[in-house]
Design a protein around this ligand. Structure first.
Ligand code: PXL
Length: 286
């Protein structure tokens, strides 16, 4: 077991969808299990996520976001990382930029998951212009974690379904880094039909690495949030970018495998909870 002198603390800026396992209901348990104090700035409260479920409630919390910043600032709270995900409006994007400006230090990490699309399509809740706003938020990030659909939107390019060539992925990674973030982790990457995973790029070292595993059939909601939360957990436990991506791919794929076997509705999220013990072993925390 690792010796942990200083407990790391992060701010997680996402919505709270009561049912369906995504955003805060995924980020909080995963990062907390990884030993990281996770402070939540909820951007909205929904009865369920918006992915394929109709009739959800949506309580927008934009009006509370600046007062959260002021209060946390008055308490002089310091964060080792700031992690943003699903954001509902341009105004929320602006407030999150203010959050970054307020709490950025010379050595903390800003991770932006530009949640807005999957499978070649923008989530129905967003207008096409939202991608531009998300691009401007990504400029301020140290690390971004888009899927290939989000990458295409951020780069204002057409989306291509895979399999991809290595050269295509490398080019996308470099172009995304040119938007601002030093590190990019691209998800939904596959070079052959039967595999799926991620590719990492670190501008500083120029190193590009692929982390691929066997694809499990089907589509599973909320896996991007599980991946990004696991990636950040590993980075804050001092794993390298590529090791962190490997840990996040393993945890996400394990969660999907369990869900595939259980044959639950894809909209209800994946069983990541029962994969947490193995995840903690990979993090060398137990
Ligand atoms: O998993 C991304 C996500 C987060 N939050 C809400 C969503 C989605 C994706 O559909 O609807 C509210």
């Amino acid at each position: 077991m690792k010796n942990k002198e200083h407990q790391k603390r992060i701010a997680a800026i996402h919505d709270l969808s009561g049912f369906g396992k995504c955003s805060l209901t995924v980020a909080l348990p995963i990062l907390s299990a990884a030993g990281i104090e996770t402070c939540a700035l909820p951007t909205a409260v929904l009865s369920t996520h918006t992915g394929g479920i109709s009739g959800y409630t949506y309580r927008d919390l934009t009006a509370d976001m600046r007062p959260f910043i002021q209060h946390w600032k008055s308490l002089n709270i310091k964060f080792d990382a700031i992690y943003s995900g699903f954001l509902g409006s341009f105004e929320q994007l602006e407030i999150v930029k203010e959050f970054f400006d307020t709490f950025k230090t010379k050595d903390n990490l800003i991770l932006v998951d530009p949640v807005m699309a999957d499978n070649g399509e923008l989530y129905r809740i967003f207008k096409p212009e939202f991608a531009q706003g998300m691009r401007s938020l990504c400029k301020k990030a140290d690390i971004i974690v888009p899927n290939l659909t989000e990458a295409a939107l951020l780069l204002n390019e057409p989306y291509h379904p895979g399999p991809y060539t290595q050269a295509y992925i490398e080019n996308i990674l470099k172009k995304l880094s040119r938007l601002g973030p030093e590190k990019v982790v691209l998800t939904g990457v596959y070079l052959k039909e039967e595999e799926l995973g991620a590719a990492t790029y670190d501008y500083k070292t120029g190193i590009i690495e692929f982390v691929l595993t066997q694809k499990i059939p089907g589509y599973y909601h909320g896996t991007g949030d599980i991946f990004a939360s696991a990636l950040l957990s590993a980075l804050l436990n001092n794993f390298s970018l590529n090791e962190a991506a490997q840990i996040a791919v393993n945890f996400t794929a394990d969660s999907i495998r369990r869900t595939y076997k259980a044959k639950t509705d894809y909209r209800f999220g994946v069983n990541f909870e029962q994969c947490i013990p193995d995840f903690l072993k990979e993090l060398k925390l137990v």
